[in-house]
Design a binder for this molecule. Structure first.
Ligand code: ADP
Ligand code: ZN
Length: 588
């Protein structure tokens, strides 16, 4: 039996296991059942691929989405692994079944609804014993999880029919409840849980109030090279923003459920294959896409929860290279969300939903480290500063705005809580205009009580008050009290607000631009692009950027030298080595 480390070197071309990969692999090699909870990009696939190559028999992989299976099969095959998927979308099913029965497959991918059928079990019984059963996206088995899939519940009899075959459940997102549920549902002992940290250190988090969104997004697109996703909040929004961003010169497409399915599929495919496309999409986009070289994820509005935010931003930088997650929010996002909770959510679920929204408010409003807030939310105890988020890199000024908040709340109260921020600001500023006078608001005690300094803060204060539910906006923008108003008015609670730092002309950049422009690297990318096009696969299936960058640095001129580069396994060396060596030699 080959050793896992040898396969890691020979097949994948990687020098060492990362994080807790080795632990997971050791358990599977020893025939034990396990649940691995590891963040996106941690390298979960390797933890079943390698044991499947080492142990006798085929590794069976249960996976929820056909697109994911095909992606995995394609990447595995490029590394020389004998892999196939058995789905309704594959017309080579007989051939796959024959290969499986002959023991000529290292990996077989199937969906849970197929794996749980009688017919599938009969097929397994007639084939050589399995090397392992991997259950990918295992949180789908739990009703606590966010994507419960009843089909996952039907897997247990299959697992129990092969009690000696090691099972490995994998997921990136599972809170304590969900983890416990997965263990019970899939019959994995408690000591089989391997829980890696949630942190994605290569993602730089940034959060800003919206202030001319198309411009803000265009700036981001300009600063961050490489593919990116912009999550818009509506179908209209995707099309509008896509049109605006196309002006930057970047290839840009839109994706939402209202598009013709053929157009949608073509757009998704173009994005997966691209090295520089911006996809403006609703959150329907991303599930089932395993594109490792996404360099930024932007949110044009508030996500549903911190969990959703983490999952959506987690699609950036799976390859471990620097990536950016930038969220743009406005007070009206909170106003709308709070209105929805009070009017559309059943009573019993409201406290939970409010909590969710308050957690988001805490994240967007903090003057401290974003990563610390995120990781603490997931139950970790992170260091107070990460050095790779907007607030750590460019600390904002926090000012005590309690008095301004009290004045603004008083103005809302004195004017019967039905006017918008513009009018309230006029009143506070003592502007003697038509509307103010006709309403008699120039005779109120709050008329003209704010000075110029305070007036400059009013907008940010209103945003902060709305985020923490001290002010609520009705559908027409009229501002009234929320439950948190009283404490601030009475002086029992303070309001510190964060002033966005003056834009630093060259806030440190992420992504490719951190590396100086290198003609050899560009030439290697062009070579990769040609091969990818010829084979009809996305460029990242050939080699990742990090591998090309290492090649450009080491400039190996022999096959042996090229084989030392991270990510160059034996099969890829055979298949593409000469093409890349030619490029390197031509630049020597
Ligand atoms: P996950 O499924 O956990 O999101 P993947 O299995 O897709 O992550 O792996 C993410 C990337 O990291 C892949 O491109 C993979 O080849 C790479 N990778 C995995 N393990 C290692 C390792 N030990 N060394 C270097 N790269 C690795
Ligand atoms: Zn930080």
């Amino acid at each position: 039996m080959p050793a896992p480390l040898d396969i890691l070197h020979a097949t994948f071309g990687y020098a060492a296991f990362r994080g807790r990969q080795a632990e997971v692999i050791d358990r599977v090699m020893a025939g034990q059942h396990s649940l691995a909870v590891m963040p996106t990009g941690a390298g979960k696939s390797l933890t079943y691929q390698i044991p499947a190559l080492c142990r006798p028999g085929t590794g069976l992989v249960i996976s929820p989405l056909i697109a994911l299976m095909h992606d995995q099969v394609r990447s595995a095959e490029a590394a020389g692994i004998r892999a196939a998927a058995l789905t309704s979308a594959d017309d080579n099913r007989d051939e796959t079944i024959a290969r499986f029965r002959d023991g000529a497959l290292d990996l077989l991918y199937v969906a849970p609804e197929r794996a749980s059928t009688e017919g599938f079990r009969r097929m397994l019984d007639r084939a050589p014993p399995l090397a392992l059963i991997a259950i990918d996206e295992a949180h789908c088995v739990s009703e606590w999880g966010h994507d419960f899939r009843p089909d996952y519940r039907l897997l247990r009899p299959l697992l129990d029919a092969y009690p000696d075959t090691p099972r490995l459940a994998l997921t990136a997102t599972a809170d304590r409840h969900t983890r416990a549920d997965i263990l019970t549902q899939l019959g994995i002992p408690e000591d089989g849980l391997i829980l890696a940290g949630f942190d994605r250190p290569n993602i730089r988090y940034a959060i800003s109030p919206r202030d001319g969104l198309p411009k803000q997004l265009a700036q981001l697109v300009k600063e961050v090279e490489g593919p990116g996703i912009v999550y818009a909040t509506s179908r209209d929004g995707t099309e509008r923003l896509a049109a605006a961003l196309a002006q930057t010169g970047r290839p840009t497409r839109a994706y939402h459920a209202g598009l013709d399915p053929a157009v949608r599929a073509a757009n998704q495919r173009a994005f997966v294959d691209s090295e520089d496309m911006v996809m403006v999409a609703t959150i329907a986009f991303g599930m089932g896409i395993d594109k490792p070289d996404v360099r930024f994820v932007a949110h044009a509005g508030l996500p549903k929860s911190i969990e959703a935010y983490y999952q959506e931003t987690g699609r950036a930088g799976r390859d471990g290279d620097p990536a950016v997650a930038h969220l743009f929010w406005g007070a009206e996002d909170f106003a709308r969300a709070r209105r929805r909770i009070e009017s559309e959510v059943e009573e019993a679920r409201r406290p939970g939903e409010r909590q969710r929204l308050n957690a988001l408010a805490g994240l967007v409003e903090t003057a401290g480290c974003r990563r610390a807030v995120l990781l603490a939310h997931f139950g970790e105890t992170p260091p107070p500063a990460c050095g790779n988020c907007d607030n750590c890199l460019n600390p904002p000024a926090a000012v005590d705005a309690t008095v301004v908040a009290q004045k603004l709340l008083s103005a809302a109260f004195r004017t019967d809580m039905r006017y918008g921020l513009g009018h309230l600001t006029d009143v506070l500023a003592g502007r003697d205009n038509e509307k103010v006078r006709s309403l008699g608001h120039d005779r109120l005690s709050v008329f003209g009580i704010a000075d110029a300094e305070e007036l400059r803060l009013v907008k940010a204060v209103a945003r902060a008050l709305m985020a923490r539910d001290a002010l609520r906006a009705d559908e027409y923008g009229g501002l009234g009290f929320g439950p948190a108003a009283k404490a601030i008015l009475k002086g029992d609670a303070e309001l510190a607000i964060v002033l966005p730092p003056k834009r630093e002309r060259r806030a440190r950049r992420a992504s490719a631009e951190e590396w100086p422009h290198d003609p050899l690297f560009e030439a290697l990318r062009a070579c990769r692009r040609d091969i990818a096009r010829e084979l009809g696969v996305p460029p990242y299936v050939i080699f990742h950027d990090a591998t090309l960058r290492e090649m450009a640095g080491l400039k190996p001129t022999t096959r042996h030298g090229l084989g030392q580069v991270t990510g160059v396994g034996a099969r890829k060396l055979d298949d593409y080595g000469d093409a890349f060596l030619d490029v390197i030699r031509a630049h020597a």
